[in-house]
Design a protein around this ligand. Structure first.
Ligand code: M6P
Ligand code: ZN
Length: 187
């Protein structure tokens, strides 16, 4: 039997960086069609800001193994809508996931395939359990980077299709200086 080597790495709790991890950068231009306010999207696209970065330590897509990743989700808005991650179901839809908030303020929008949405606020120390079958997207509702750790089965995979087409049934917006979770008019 060949055994894999254990890994111990220290997450930089200020920046979210995991040494040796694979880095993925998502800019606003990678999120075309995701935000409700197209005019505001096109306006901000001139700057094409980085919306989030992911630092992932991933294994082969095998049953029983685990991946982990930090995400650094920058503060910002497109119109009234706060910056968010794309959001996905798992390709193996019954795979669950755990998130642990490290820094900043935000939350997770979850949704069943029927469009039943739930908003879970997150602050440093919050653990979120993403049950099997729920799509999940994180949202930065603060004014500093929102940083969190995610731990997920190595064979979970990402299914972006239906979220890219239809989005979530709820939007997370700022109105009158308050964070509001409202119905998505395009849903
Ligand atoms: C977390 C995990 C990753 C995911 C990342 C960004 O770190 O859930 O699997 O890739 O967030 O989210 P998304 O893939 O939806 O853009
Ligand atoms: Zn996931």
């Amino acid at each position: 039997m060949e055994y894999k080597a254990p890994i111990g790495v220290k997450i930089d709790l200020e920046t979210g960086v995991i040494p040796g991890a694979k880095k993925l950068v998502r800019r606003l231009s990678d999120l075309k069609g995701y935000f409700i306010d197209e005019e505001a999207y096109n306006e901000l696209l001139r700057e094409d800001p980085v919306v989030y970065e992911v630092y992932a330590i991933e294994q082969e897509e095998k049953d029983g193994d685990l991946n982990f990743a930090t995400t650094v989700l920058y503060p910002g808005k497109v119109g009234k809508e706060f910056f968010f991650t794309k959001g996905h179901y798992h390709a193996k839809a019954d795979r669950a996931e755990i998130y642990y908030a490290i820094k900043g303020k935000g939350g997770m929008l979850l949704q069943t395939p029927e469009g039943n949405a739930k908003w879970v606020p997150m602050e440093p120390g919050t653990v979120v359990y993403v049950p099997p079958y729920w799509a999940h997207r994180t949202v930065n509702t603060g004014d500093e980077p929102f940083i969190f750790l995610a731990i997920y089965p190595a064979d979970a995979g990402h299914d972006y299709g239906s979220i890219k087409e239809k989005g979530f049934s709820k939007l997370v917006i700022e109105e009158g200086g308050e964070v509001k979770v409202v119905d998505n008019p395009k849903w």
